[in-house]
Design a protein around this ligand. Structure first.
Ligand SMILES: Nc1nc2c(ncn2[C@@H]2O[C@H](COP(=O)(O)OP(=O)(O)OP(=O)(O)O)[C@@H](O)[C@H]2O)c(=O)[nH]1
Ligand SMILES: [Mg+2]
Length: 357
């Protein structure tokens, strides 16, 4: 089964199965969904719907270009492959990965004598899927909680990427799951940053540790983690100032914060997420490379996927860095954060709502 059929059947099959389940059972073997399975299915569908809605622009941009190419060319030739490669690069799939995908598709097209543009497009999309699957392990997106004591999650990234908003979304997610969450406003650098996180904390109903603007972020980490330890918190999320990856002093400050955290709660921070704005394209990939060199990252969150006409950055990051994307931001609201799910992502990018019927 090809990727498109696979994705469609994966999500649409459930609807049909539901219909079947409403009919009287025909045989003893007929499988009945348990409430737990049903809940899982509903959750999957909900995730997919959020991706489709959030990735509308990415889907239109990418598929519109693929379709227009198909209408210009009736048969595939070298020029067609060149244009296809350009579309991938412009969708932020990254030059290296785009070339790799096109080369593989070319080879396969030759072996199986495929020259129908539509078939080639499907082949290319399948290579994108395989490329992702083969370039790293599949990691559970959710924060990995330690077995005892507070789990510490450090959030890093460049200015304006969406760190503070993502922290609010994560705090909201885990509060809803019944966790006791504490925020640490360790971005004392940007005026108003502490207040911004304070507003979110109030809105969500979680506690926060903060100090004056211009204070020492490491001592705030010390205070925050001490409070978390003594107050039996489950999760501490630490906000940090936006920093350019090439500013040595700021990167050193991050190392200091980590050292202090490790002294209060051994092995913390347990998770470090790098926040990348999807609109920054290949520059985002470069940022991630430098952050990865100076600080050990356990995950990436891609924000503002809703605002970009490009969607390939996730594939590119995976190809270049092998760090798992754990969540994606699909809007500015508290609930607009979804766990990263490859199937839903590809469905949002490649199928979208036009083909949903
Ligand atoms: N559309 C959209 N906007 C987002 C998303 N995530 C964040 N934003 C917006 O991006 C802007 C910057 O977000 P912040 O969370 O303040 O970014 P930051 O990284 O904390 O910024 P600094 O603290 O200045 O470094 C805000 O206007 C957010 O509402 C998203 O997933 N989608
Ligand atoms: Mg911030």
């Amino acid at each position: 089964m090809g990727l498109f059929d696979y994705l469609k059947s994966k999500f649409k099959g459930h609807k049909e199965e539901d219909k079947d389940n409403k009919e009287p059972l025909k045989s003893e073997e007929k499988k009945v969904e348990t409430p737990v399975e049903k809940k899982e299915e509903e959750k999957k569908q909900e995730t997919k719907d959020a991706y489709v809605k959030g990735m509308k622009k990415a889907n239109h941009g990418f598929m519109y270009r693929l379709k227009s190419l198909t209408s210009i060319f009736h048969k595939v030739n070298d020029e067609y492959f060149d244009d296809l490669e350009e579309i991938l690069i412009e969708a932020d799939v990254g030059a290296d990965l785009s070339i790799k995908i096109i080369d593989e598709a070319k080879k396969e097209a030759k072996v199986y004598k495929i020259d129908d543009p539509e078939k080639i497009n499907k082949l290319v999309v399948e290579k994108m899927f395989e490329g992702y699957e083969n370039s790293g392990d599949n990691v559970e997106p959710d924060v990995r909680f330690v077995s005892s004591g507070p789990t510490v999650l450090l959030i890093v990234g460049v200015n304006g990427g969406g760190k503070t908003t993502t922290i609010a979304k994560l705090a909201n997610r885990y509060k809803k799951q019944g966790k006791k969450v504490l925020l640490v406003a360790a971005d004392t650098f940007r005026a108003g940053a502490v207040e911004q996180l304070g507003v979110w904390a109030k809105r969500i109903g979680v506690d926060i540790v903060s100090g004056p603007d211009g204070g020492d972020p490491s001592s705030l980490c010390y205070d925050g983690l001490t409070k978390a330890k003594n107050g039996n918190y489950d999760l501490v999320i630490v906000d940090t100032a936006g920093r350019l990856q090439n500013k040595a002093n700021l990167m050193a400050e991050l190392s200091k914060m980590k050292r202090v955290m490790g002294k209060v709660i051994p092995d913390s921070p347990h998770e470090t997420f790098l926040i990348i704005d999807a609109n920054t394209g290949q520059n985002g990939v470069e940022q991630a490379k430098v952050f990865k060199e100076t600080t050990s990252l356990t995950g990436i969150v891609i924000t503002k996927m809703d605002g970009t006409s490009k969607g390939g950055i996730i594939l590119s990051i995976r190809d270049q860095l092998g760090i798992p994307v754990r969540f994606i931001g699909l809007g500015e609201g508290m609930d607009d954060l979804k766990e990263f799910d490859l199937d839903s992502y590809l469905y949002g990018l490649l199928i979208g709502e036009d083909d949903e019927q």
